[in-house]
Design a protein around this ligand. Structure first.
Ligand SMILES: Nc1nc2c(ncn2[C@@H]2O[C@H](COP(=O)(O)OP(=O)(O)O)[C@@H](O)[C@H]2O)c(=O)[nH]1
Ligand SMILES: [Mg+2]
Length: 108
């Protein structure tokens, strides 16, 4: 089976979670070494989950999943939270992104 033809259901699902503006999209872009997801200082820029298939040498076929953010003060907060919860259900490996300047709300 060719790796780039692997169905997304058979890939290891890696989700990036954390507060809005914690750097989730920046980290996923750095990890994948390309602009998968829009980075902005404006809260709530990632409105829908962003998916990117890639092969990680030691893991094989993976699906990177960027999320809107767990805590969100923007208008569509509830809908975004629901989308993020949907991604959690698909996640095999969760990457929790925490900004070093804002740790008081994080429950580890
Ligand atoms: N100082 C600093 N700023 C960062 C870092 N990572 C991201 N940012 C900035 O934080 C803001 C939010 O980043 P973004 O990746 O869009 O966060 P997201 O909402 O969690 O996806 C942007 O202005 C980024 O340039 C970091 O490691 N250090
Ligand atoms: Mg984002």
């Amino acid at each position: 089976m060719e790796l780039n033809k692997t169905n997304s259901g058979n890939r290891i699902h890696i989700g990036f979670f954390g507060k809005v503006n914690s750097g989730k999209s920046s980290l996923i872009n750095a990890f994948a070494d390309r602009d998968i997801s829009i980075v902005s200082s404006k809260e709530g820029t990632t409105t829908d989950p962003v998916y990117k298939s890639m092969e990680i040498k030691s893991l094989g076929p993976c699906l990177l999943m960027d999320t809107p953010g767990i805590i969100d003060n923007t208008e569509l907060a509830e809908k975004r939270l629901k989308r993020t919860e949907d991604v959690i259900l698909k996640t095999d490996i969760a990457v929790i992104v925490i900004s070093d300047t804002e740790t008081k709300d994080e429950k580890i």
